[in-house]
Design a protein around this ligand. Structure first.
Ligand code: CTP
Length: 402
């Protein structure tokens, strides 16, 4: 955010009370921030608050002689290298979609050449209204970025989508706008985390995958400008900025989600630890010891789960596919065999026996294994850096430069 010049347009929703925090977050990141607000926004947050936290005069009206004399609205529009409208009400989204300019925020939006990021906030029914959705589609088509809204309790008393994204999420989305975007145009599908296979009403078979590696790949791909879909097994990790997340539990649900997204994907990174087996007959009720033939042993019959990675590799029009392999012995040899068996374009193998590598660790020591048999051994690195190096390689496979 260093050196960024951001105009924050505040419009009239209750979430406007969070905008002073947004200004502070953007400034902490190194950005200069100037605020413009609609008259309705002034009902929810005082201009003096935004002026104090931004350290800049605030524009409130289009025709105020003093304000217009200090910095006119076109100069403000020209100064910006990013315009954020937060909160963006349904009314403002409609104006932005149709090019109306009857207040200082919509006028700056029409006059600026800077990219636009909007953070919608409204009642759930206003959000779902076809008029709002069609305005949003128009804006998206024009390249406008949208962050949120989130789902939860709304100030109007309803539950549902409509809460403005938190200031930190808006700032993270802003950081993605305007930077270098070497993966722009790519659609990256990532699987992450472990699956859970139900045994009975309360128990499941699972594994120790944290999802950190896949989440790091998803976040890095979004930072590089890709459209990213993250299919995640149960994980408490926050969704990286700019990433669409589909939560799943079982391998079969993961397969469905992956196959649903596959036709649009140009790159697939399969970092999930998918359970190879599931219970053949999961009990709907809880298994009680007293119902068992013997209280000392329990035999579970397991059946194979579909191998999602191998399946997508067999698809006729398949994306560039990266697989992962967690091994505890003969790392390179096993990885080479696995790559050949599954048919992916690159295999990322990691030695789970090594210190600072594998499950739940923030670092990973991996080896890239290529179809020709070549290997590229990396030292133990933060998973975010492994993700960056991986995407450099994948971009080359796609014919770009990462
Ligand atoms: N994978 C998958 N679907 C499965 C199992 C695995 O998509 N049902 C993917 C993982 O996401 C990972 C790769 O396949 O990218 C490696 O999986 P792994 O379980 O290590 O491979 P296996 O062939 O099952 O080998 P092993 O016998 O070592 O478990």
């Amino acid at each position: 955010m260093e050196q960024r010049r951001i105009v924050l347009g505040v419009t009239g929703g209750i979430a406007a009370y969070k905008t002073p925090e947004l200004v502070r977050t953007l400034r902490r990141g190194g950005a200069a921030v100037r605020c413009a607000m609609t008259p309705a926004a002034g009902e929810f947050v005082a201009p003096l608050v935004l002026q104090t936290v931004s350290g800049e005069p605030v524009r409130t009206g289009l025709f105020d002689r003093v304000e217009e004399g200090a910095i006119d609205h076109v100069a403000l529009a020209d100064w910006a290298d990013l315009l954020i409208v937060a909160p963006a009400t349904a009314n403002t989204l409609a104006k932005l979609a149709h090019g109306l300019a009857d207040d200082v925020v919509s006028t700056v939006a029409l006059a600026t050449q800077a990219p636009l990021l909007v953070a919608p906030a409204m009642n759930v029914n206003m959000w779902r209204h076809p008029a709002t959705q069609s305005n949003l589609a128009t804006l998206r088509q024009r390249g406008v970025r949208v962050v949120g809204p989130e789902t939860g309790a709304l100030a109007c008393g309803w539950e549902g989508e409509g809460r403005m994204a938190e200031p930190a999420a808006i700032a993270a989305a802003a950081a993605l706008v305007g930077g270098p975007r070497p993966l722009a145009g790519e659609v990256v599908l990532v699987t992450a985390g472990g699956t859970r296979e139900p045994v009975d009403a309360v128990r499941f078979l699972g594994n120790r995958s944290s999802g950190k590696m896949g989440f790091a790949v998803a976040g890095e791909a979004a930072r590089r400008g890709a459209e990213v879909v993250l299919v995640a097994g149960p994980s408490a990790l926050p969704t990286p900025a700019g990433v669409r997340r589909l939560d799943v539990e079982t391998a079969q649900e993961m397969r469905e989600a992956v196959l649903g997204e596959l036709p649009r994907a140009t790159i697939a990174v399969m970092a999930a630890a998918v359970a190879d087996f599931r219970a053949a007959r999961p009990e709907i009720r809880k298994i009680r010891k007293e119902d068992l033939p013997s209280e000392e042993t329990l035999t579970l019959e397991l059946v194979r789960n579909p191998d999602i990675l191998a399946e997508i590799c067999r698809h006729e029009r398949r994306p560039v596919v990266v697989g992962f392999a967690a091994e505890s012995q003969d790392l390179v040899e096993t990885a080479r065999r696995k790559l050949a068996r599954k048919g992916c374009d690159l295999l990322v193998a990691n030695d789970i026996a090594r210190e600072g590598s594998g499950f739940d660790s923030d670092t990973n020591a991996v080896v890239f294994v290529w179809p020709g048999g070549e290997v590229e051994e990396l030292p133990s690195l933060p998973k975010t850096e492994v993700a960056a190096l991986l995407l450099d390689r994948v971009a080359k496979l796609r014919g770009g430069d990462g």
